[in-house]
Design a protein around this ligand. Structure first.
Ligand code: ADP
Ligand code: VHF
Length: 392
């Protein structure tokens, strides 16, 4: 059944993401022909009246050639340097390519850390809306030069899903070097194309491997996760190859179509759940699990039984139950070093003994997101391949 694919063709606001492998040549240069072909499709859609937000990877890959590097570097600083060189070249190329159609572009670089903080989140949303209103095509990437290992996405698939939610897009199209999701690694015999995913149950038994090239990062794992985030927020999602972009945007039965299956939750909470990594852990007792998870209350010092890691007030931290499962994530109001003196105490006692400023919650409920189902490990899923990664 392909009928809902027409929603992609009809989408008034659409996010299109393209991966590094579809934009650059194996020797680390920008593939100008492929960029022009893709831009032709996006520009045509824009001129037909839809608002298009373009999430493009490829900064690191495009910086490799000019820096004389043959592979994605191992260390973060050199990756960031490559991104700094490549991002400028990439956007210059896009700018020239969209200019052929009389369209302007605007560069938008985001960090996960920024997006979950209320003020920054609002700024990014306003800027993207203004760009769309002005008829410009926003070109989004992670702000690689400032994102550190702890806080960065690494892959752009989840970033695209969260941007789709941020701009309230109707559809998300993920373009890669593979034409669809397969039941297993498409390079292996016997793997079959999956044309529709209606719910997570349709993914049972599907083998999603790591990146297939030396420049891509997330592989299918992050694309499927991105589709889950987007469809869970009501966004129609298609995964296919960059070469099939035109057909995908036209609602034709190419690639894999992920049916929307949820409502839009508050955007900032989505970023907190999917874009951040807990900078430490706070262990809470069973009563606090009940209060926070089931009754959606703030976390008070009385329910805290342990603290791990070295975080500062304002950081995202994971809340763990006594079995060690991460049940929630939130922006903490205290430094890690302050918490041992507070835990187990009532806020009234703390205010009396330490002063009124200690009457505040450990995490306010407005800054808390419940992780359902609970996670046994931290959320990072995408590990960037380095010089030891397998190239093709
Ligand atoms: N089940 C699967 N279905 C499709 N592709 C898969 C699957 N498992 C692993 N892959 C690999 O994932 C790769 C795409 O991921 P990646 O290299 O990160 O792309 P991009 O740079 O476009 O983000 C494909 O080239 C393919 O080899
Ligand atoms: N922000 C990075 C994205 C890294 C990356 O390789 O992402 P992807 O190709 O989408 O798996 C860049 O522009 O190089």
């Amino acid at each position: 059944m392909e009928t809902l694919r027409s929603a992609v063709a009809d989408a008034r606001r659409i996010v299109v993401k393209v991966g590094s492998s579809s934009l650059t040549t194996p020797d680390g240069a920008i593939d100008e022909d492929r960029i022009d072909t893709l831009v032709d499709v996006l520009a045509t859609r824009r001129k037909a009246g839809s608002e298009v937000v373009f999430v493009s990877s490829g900064a690191i890959a495009a910086g490799l050639g000019p820096l004389g590097l043959s592979r994605r570097p191992r260390d973060l600083a050199t990756q960031q340097a490559a991104a700094s060189v490549g991002q400028g070249l990439l956007v210059a190329r896009y700018s020239a390519s969209f200019h052929r159609h009389g369209l302007g572009v605007g560069q938008v670089l985001l960090t996960a850390d920024d997006m979950m903080r209320r003020a920054h989140h609002g700024n990014a949303q306003r800027t993207l809306r203004a760009l769309l209103r002005l008829g410009v095509v926003p070109i989004v990437n992670e702000n690689d030069t400032v994102a550190t290992d702890e806080i960065r996405f690494g892959d752009n698939d989840r970033l695209a899903a969260l941007v789709a939610h941020l701009v309230q897009a109707d559809a998300l199209v993920l373009l890669s070097d593979v034409d669809a999701l397969y039941t297993g690694d498409p390079r292996l015999p016997g793997s079959l194309r999956i044309s529709d995913v209606r719910s997570p149950a349709d993914l049972a038994g599907v083998q999603t491997g790591a990146a297939g090239t030396k420049v891509g990062t997330g592989g299918m794992v992050t694309k499927v996760e991105a589709a889950r985030i987007a469809t869970g927020a009501g966004v129609h999602t298609v995964l296919t190859s960059a070469g099939a972009a035109e057909q995908a945007l036209a609602g034709e039965p190419v690639g894999t179509y992920f049916h929307p299956n949820g409502q839009r939750p508050p955007t900032r909470m989505l970023w907190l759940a999917h874009a951040t990594t807990g900078q430490g852990k706070i262990v809470i007792d069973d009563g606090a699990v009940q209060a926070v998870v089931h009754r959606r209350k703030s976390l008070l010092p009385a329910g805290v039984v342990g603290v791990k890691g070295d975080f500062a007030a304002g950081d995202p931290v994971d809340l763990c139950d006594s079995a060690g499962r991460t049940v929630a994530r939130g922006l903490v109001h205290y430094d890690a070093a302050e918490i041992p003196d507070l835990m187990g105490r009532s806020t009234r006692w703390l205010a009396r003994e330490l002063g009124p400023e200690y009457e505040r919650e450990i995490i306010h409920r407005d800054d808390l997101v419940i992780l359902d189902p609970p996670r046994s490990e931290t959320t990072r899923t995408a590990a960037a391949p380095d010089e030891t990664g397998d190239g093709r």
